[in-house]
Design a protein around this ligand. Structure first.
Ligand code: G6P
Length: 477
C-alpha cells in the first residue's frame, strides 16, 4: 500500500478508505511492513475466502485453494473486507460495519486433491468419471422406483414458457446438450446463449420463465452477470454448480449440485459429464411434469442413465488404443470434429479440449453444415473426428463421413458396434463405444474426445493441467 495510507489512523482504517477509491473487480490480500500479526483481505467482483486454522488464519480464492491448510472456510460477500490476526477474523461490509459471515466446514480435504497414481490431474479426473457420475445419479434418481427426484424447486416445471440457458466454455456445451434434451424429451422451449453475449443482448425474457446457469466454479464473471440480468428481468434462477458455496449458487433461487468433487485441471472433464448427468435428470423431471413422457418411458430413461457409470468404465478401457491414435493427431495442424443432434455439442467440446491443452487448431461442426464450408479444408493432412452413435441420425452423419473419405480425409470414427460395422472399414481409426439409448450417448462420447485431447497434449509435451493463457475460473470479463 502507498505511503498516503500512513496518514490514516490505523492500517485497517487506511485500507477501508482506500477501498472506497478503487474501481473494477479485485480480490486483495494486504500485508503491512512491521505488522506480522495483521493481514487484511478485500473483495469486489472476484471471490475471496477466509480459512480458519489453529492459531493462524488464511486467505484464498476458494475452498480448494485452502484445502491443504484447513477445511473451515468463510466466504466473503461482495464488497466485504476482513481483518485477520492469529486469533481470528473480523469481517466488515461495504459500509465498514462489522458483520457475521457463516463459517462452514467444507468437504474438500488436501488428500482428495492429490494426483494419486495419475500423471496429471486431468487424467485422474477423466478416470474418476464413472464414480462421480454415479454419485450424481445417486443423488437424483430413486434406485428402486427408477424415477427422478429433485429437491423442491421454487417454480412449476409444468408451466415454464421458456428456459433460458446461459454459461461459458465447457459448461455452455453442457447447456447445448440440455437444449436438445429439453426440446426432444420434455417438449420444453429453450433459449441458449454464451453468457458473455447474453448479458449484453438485452433479450426480453418471458413472464414466468426461468434462467438456468451452469458453472463448475460458480464464479465465472460473465455467467454471474447473465444470472443477475435474468433476475432483474423477473426470472427465477436455477443453477447447476459444482461449488455449493460459490457466488452463483448463493445468488440462485435453487441449486442443483454436480457431485464431481474438486476439479483441478483447467480443462473441464468430470464437471462436464456430471453437469450432463444433472441436466439429463432435470430434462426427465420436466418431461414428466409436462406430461411429455409416461412412467414407463421415465423408467427407461432413468435406467439408461443408471447404466452410464458402468458403460463409461468400458470406454475408459480404450485408453491405450486412444493414446496410439493421438500420435497422428499430435502431428496435425488442424483437426475437424463432426457431430449431429445431441452429439454436435460433443464435436464442439472435443475441439475445445484439443485447442485448450494441445494448442492445435481444431473446429467442431454440425456434420450437416460441413458442405457449407469446412469440406473445402479436407485433405489427408486434416484428421476428422466423427462422433456418430447409431440411432435415428446415423445415416445422415454416415453420408457426411463418406463425403470426407471421398476427398481423402482421414477419419477417426467414434461409434458403437452397429455403426462401426456399417462404416468402420473406411475409417483410418475406430473407437468403439457401448451401444446405449441415444439419450445418454453424449455422456459416453465425451470420454474419447477428452482422452484424445489429453494424450495428444502429453505427446506434445504441453502443460496439461495449466495450459498457457487459461484460468480455471475466469472471474473477470
Ligand atoms: C474457463 C475454464 C473452462 C470452463 C469455463 C467456464 O474457461 O478454463 O474449463 O469451462 O471457464 O467455467 P465454469 O466454472 O463457469 O464452469
Amino acid at each position: 500500500m502507498t505511503s498516503n495510507l500512513d496518514q490514516q489512523k490505523t492500517p485497517q482504517e487506511a485500507v477501508a478508505a482506500t477501498l472506497k477509491r478503487l474501481e473494477g473487480a479485485f480480490a486483495l490480500a494486504i500485508v503491512f511492513a512491521g505488522r506480522h500479526d495483521l493481514m487484511v483481505g478485500a473483495r469486489r467482483g472476484s471471490p475471496l475466502a477466509v480459512g480458519y486454522g489453529e492459531g493462524e488464519m488464511y486467505l484464498g480464492s476458494d475452498a480448494i485453494a485452502l484445502a491443504p491448510l484447513t477445511s473451515r472456510i468463510c466466504y466473503l460477500e461482495e464488497g466485504d473486507w476482513v481483518e485477520l490476526t492469529g486469533e481470528g477474523a473480523v469481517v466488515h461490509d461495504t459500509a465498514d460495519t462489522v458483520v457475521q459471515r457463516e463459517v462452514r466446514q467444507t468437504a474438500h480435504s488436501g488428500a482428495l486433491i492429490g494426483k494419486g497414481q495419475y500423471r496429471h490431474f486431468m487424467q485422474k479426473e477423466i478416470f474418476e468419471q464413472p464414480a462421480v457420475i454415479g454419485d450424481t445419479l445417486h443423488a437424483h434418481i430413486h434406485p428402486a422406483l427408477w424415477t427422478v427426484e429433485l429437491p423442491d424447486l421454487p417454480f412449476d416445471l409444468a408451466a415454464l414458457p421458456r428456459i433460458t440457458i446461459s454459461a461459458c466454455g465447457t459448461a455452455y456445451y453442457a447447456g447445448m446438450v440440455a437444449k436438445y434434451w429439453f426440446e426432444q424429451i420434455a417438449r420444453q422451449p429453450v433459449e441458449l446463449d454464451i453468457a458473455s453475449e447474453f448479458r449484453y443482448r438485452e433479450a426480453p425474457l418471458p413472464e414466468g420463465g426461468i434462467g438456468l446457469f451452469i458453472s463448475q466454479s460458480g464464479e465465472t464473471a460473465d455467467t454471474l452477470a447473465a444470472l443477475r440480468y435474468a433476475k432483474a428481468q423477473g426470472q427465477k434462477v436455477l443453477s447447476v454448480v459444482n461449488v455449493p458455496e460459490s457466488t452463483i449458487a448463493r445468488e440462485s433461487d435453487a441449486v442443483l449440485r454436480t457431485l464431481a468433487g474438486p476439479e483441478i485441471g483447467v480443462a473441464s472433464t468430470k464437471a462436464f459429464t456430471t453437469q450432463l448427468t444433472v441436466l439429463a435428470c432435470l430434462a426427465i423431471a420436466a418431461a414428466r411434469a409436462r406430461g411429455a413422457i409416461d412412467h414407463d418411458r421415465e423408467a427407461e430413461l432413468s435406467a439408461a442413465l443408471v447404466e452410464v457409470p458402468a458403460r463409461a468404465a468400458e470406454v475408459l478401457n480404450h485408453d491405450e488404443a486412444i493414446e496410439a491414435i493421438s500420435h497422428e493427431l499430435a502431428e496435425a495442424r488442424d483437426v475437424l470434429y463432426l457431430g449431429r443432434g445431441s452429439t454436435y455439442p460433443l464435436a464442439l467440446e472435443g475441439a475445445l479440449k484439443l485447442k485448450e491443452i494441445s494448442y492445435i487448431h481444431a473446429e467442431g461442426y454440425a456434420a450437416g453444415e460441413m458442405k457449407h464450408g469446412p469440406i473445402a479444408l479436407i485433405d489427408e493432412m486434416v484428421p476428422v473426428i466423427v462422433c456418430a452413435p447409431s440411432g435415428p441420425l446415423f445415416d445422415k452423419t454416415a453420408s457426411n463421413v463418406q463425403e470426407v473419405i471421398a476427398r481423402g480425409g482421414r477419419v477417426i470414427f467414434i461409434s458403437d458396434k452397429r455403426g462401426i460395422a456399417r462404416l468402420g472399414e473406411q475409417a483410418a481409426y475406430t473407437i468403439e463405444i457401448p451401444e446405449v439409448d441415444p439419450f445418454v450417448a453424449p455422456l459416453l462420447y465425451a470420454i474419447p474426445v477428452q482422452l484424445l485431447a489429453y494424450h495428444t497434449a502429453v505427446i506434445k509435451g504441453t502443460d496439461v493441467d495449466q495450459p498457457r493463457n487459461l484460468a480455471k475460473a475466469v472471474t473477470v470479463e
